[in-house]
Ligand binder design. Structure first.
Ligand code: 6PG
Length: 242
């Protein structure tokens, strides 16, 4: 896989480097008075980034230009411990000066099929279109130990190529329903960045980056940005086998 790999000593360091990258992009957008449309992932790794952004970037990021969307959501209410929005609210949103009108959550408590359609329509009205498809400025992704990304799991690779931009997915082990962006809109984003830390991710990451079998079965293998490879922000444990 063609990719831009950035390796740091600790998870904290990789999150800091990514926060600096986000700050630079936000300032650039601000300079041209353009909105900055970002899609956020859930899971434990982004939480570290969100906490850092709220503790150290509450004043420096021009939050009034930032518009937040979600890569995926678990089909639970925002008060549920599994809610990606709930985690983001607690670790970031309640601590930074972002306006409610700039927050576009996936409604995990609504009927999943209807919500996937609603969110797809929302993206078409809220994002700039490029070649007939809405385009994010930045998509932040994580990767599971099984090579999944967003809520695209190895047992449902068809979500990578769906004609829809938002679909319902099912977690292969728990059976939990999820709403997820599909590969079509993720790979259409101006910039796609993975933040991946920890030893448990090392073997799969090695296979993906070096295209060693069975990389073909990992959804993360198929991700890139609109005209470039994806960027990987890693700690040295995740990068151990590279
Ligand atoms: C989610 C995700 C998911 C996540 C990876 C990595 O809602 O679960 O958006 O794709 O990014 O599973 O999660 P960790 O950072 O917890 O390993």
């Amino acid at each position: 896989m063609n990719s831009n790999i950035h390796i740091y000593n600790t998870p904290q360091d990789s999150a800091s480097a990514l926060a600096e990258f986000i700050l630079a992009l936000a300032k650039e957008k601000n300079k041209h008075s353009l909105p900055f449309n970002i899609a956020l992932s859930g899971g434990s790794t982004p939480k570290l980034l969100f906490t850092l952004l709220s503790e150290e970037y509450a004043d420096s990021i021009p939050w009034h230009f930032v518009r937040l969307f979600w890569v995926d959501e678990r089909c639970v209410p925002p008060t549920h411990a599994d809610s990606n929005f709930g985690m983001t609210y607690e670790s970031l949103l309640k601590n930074v000066p972002i306006h409610d009108n700039n927050i576009f959550r996936m409604i995990g408590e609504d009927d999943p099929e209807k919500e996937a359609k609603r969110y797809q329509n929302l993206l078409e009205t809220q994002l700039p279109m490029k070649n007939g498809m809405p385009q994010f400025d930045l998509i932040l992704l994580g990767m599971g130990d099984d090579g999944h990304t967003a809520s695209i799991f190895p047992d449902n690779l068809s979500l990578l190529h769906s004609e829809s931009t938002v679909e319902v997915a099912v977690h292969p082990l728990s059976g939990q329903k999820r709403i997820t962006l599909t590969g079509s809109i993720i790979n259409h984003a101006e910039k796609v960045v993975f933040l991946i830390t920890g030893l448990t991710k090392a073997p799969v990451l090695y296979q993906i980056i070096h295209q060693k079998s069975p990389f073909e079965k990992y959804p993360a293998s198929y991700i890139h940005s609109f005209s470039n490879p994806a960027d990987f922000y890693l700690d040295k444990e995740a990068a151990k086998e590279l």
